[in-house]
Design a protein around this ligand. Structure first.
Ligand SMILES: [Ca+2]
Ligand SMILES: [Ca+2]
Ligand SMILES: [Ca+2]
Length: 391
């Protein structure tokens, strides 16, 4: 059986924690405002028995470092030692010019004992109008949160997106999906973000769902290279943060098509099982098996894949990967684009190990989806349902 390097090469490299991430832990505060009445306090606490070092960086809306006035002095970044059990506070002044952006903190070890939180506030005429408490946020590919808009009650929802350049140096389309209370997708927007960029918008304005009327439901956000988000809800004149869940609203993306059985052999790009577009596939992974599916995609298509084991008997821990290119071509060889191992949902919420993947296709090309077991195990109990949507 012909196996090609293209689909096998990254077999073990794309799962788990990226190698670089083990060197340190990075957290993000997706929204930061100072000056013109806005101020922030950041609290960094050390839970461990040993002293710890913390690095904090301030970025503007374009991802450039920006100088801020703090109780530790003026600067674009700060380094300090946290004593065992100690807390360091960074106060940012409410005077001076308006500055917007986001904040990144780095801790020297991946399993860092540091936690951090932010309180940001707006004060006018000696009265605090807005005060929002925010937890540190980490790299995530999928987020979801509750949404409400009610014009009569004057309730609005806004999203702050931050895409630190340390997550990825590439521009990327972020996918934002509006889902009603029945679990039905109402609208989808793609938002081009440059590395380092910060965007904040009400959900009923450009570049999101302009013209949206009264609404209750949820929003799902997907980013292949990772993003940090903060959801703000305005209730008349008051603001508050809405809790954001890690992981996608998987159910809203499930396929309702009749299922098609995979056809072996389908172990590489040369014998991949061709699918015409959106397809629901049932399959099985034998020991060491990999199942490859191919389709023709166009630049701008939104690809959504659910690797599900909750609706079948299965011991599979699926990993899904996406490749594109022409098999055997020198000029456009089949190359890895991105993938997903764990969808980010808590095990109690959804099957431990299941995968979810969503991205905007970058080019008109032939694409390959592969699915395999994380442990390279397999057998009659290693069944899956693969929901593929191309829109
Ligand atoms: Ca198979
Ligand atoms: Ca196979
Ligand atoms: Ca998995």
């Amino acid at each position: 059986m012909k196996r090609s390097l293209g689909l096998i090469f990254l077999f073990f490299l794309t799962s788990g924690i990226p190698a670089f991430a083990q060197l340190f832990r990075e957290v993000v505060f997706p929204r930061f405002v100072s000056g013109d009445g806005w101020s922030s306090e950041f609290f960094f606490s050390n839970h461990a028995l040993s002293n710890q070092t913390v690095y904090v960086y301030f970025y503007d809306k374009d991802g450039n470092i920006q100088s801020v006035d703090t109780n530790l002095g003026s600067g674009t970044h700060f380094t300090f030692q946290l004593k065992a059990g100690g807390t360091q506070v960074i106060d940012i002044d409410s005077t001076g010019d308006l500055k917007e952006g986001y904040v990144v903190a780095k801790y020297p070890t991946y399993y860092s004992p540091i936690t951090a939180s932010q309180v940001y506030r707006y004060e006018a005429n000696g009265v605090v109008q807005v005060e929002v408490g925010v937890s540190q946020q980490e790299f995530g590919q999928h987020f979801s949160f509750a949404v409400e808009k009610n014009i009569e009650k004057r309730i609005y929802t806004a999203i702050s997106f931050s895409k630190p350049a340390s997550f990825s140096i590439n521009s990327e389309y972020i996918i934002v999906t509006l889902i009603d209370t029945e679990g039905t997708i109402q609208a989808t927007k793609t938002l081009l973000m440059k590395a380092g960029e910060h965007i904040v918008s009400y959900i009923d304005q450009e570049p999101l769902f302009s013209g949206l009327g009264d609404f209750r439901g949820s929003i799902n956000i997907s980013s292949v290279s990772g993003i940090a988000v903060l959801i703000l809800r305005q209730d008349k004149n008051a603001f508050g943060a809405v809790p954001t869940d890690r992981g996608p609203m998987v159910g809203a993306f499930k396929s309702t098509l009749p299922a098609v059985q995979e056809v072996e052999p389908n172990n590489n790009e040369y014998d991949a099982h061709a699918i015409p577009g959106s397809t629901l596939i049932t399959g099985n992974i034998t020991v060491g098996d990999l199942d490859a599916f191919m389709f023709t995609g166009k630049a701008g298509d939104i690809l959504t894949i659910i690797a599900d084991t909750s609706q079948v008997v299965s011991d599979l821990d699926p990993v899904i990967e996406l490749y594109r290119g022409q098999p055997g071509s020198q000029s456009n060889p089949v190359a890895y684009i991105a993938g997903n191992d764990q969808n980010g949902l808590e095990p109690a919420t959804y099957n431990l190990g299941d995968a979810f993947f969503q991205m905007v296709l970058p080019e008109d090309d032939t694409y390959f989806i592969s699915i395999y077991d994380y442990y390279q195990s397999g057998g009659t109990n290693y069944n899956y349902m693969l929901h593929v949507s191309i829109q």
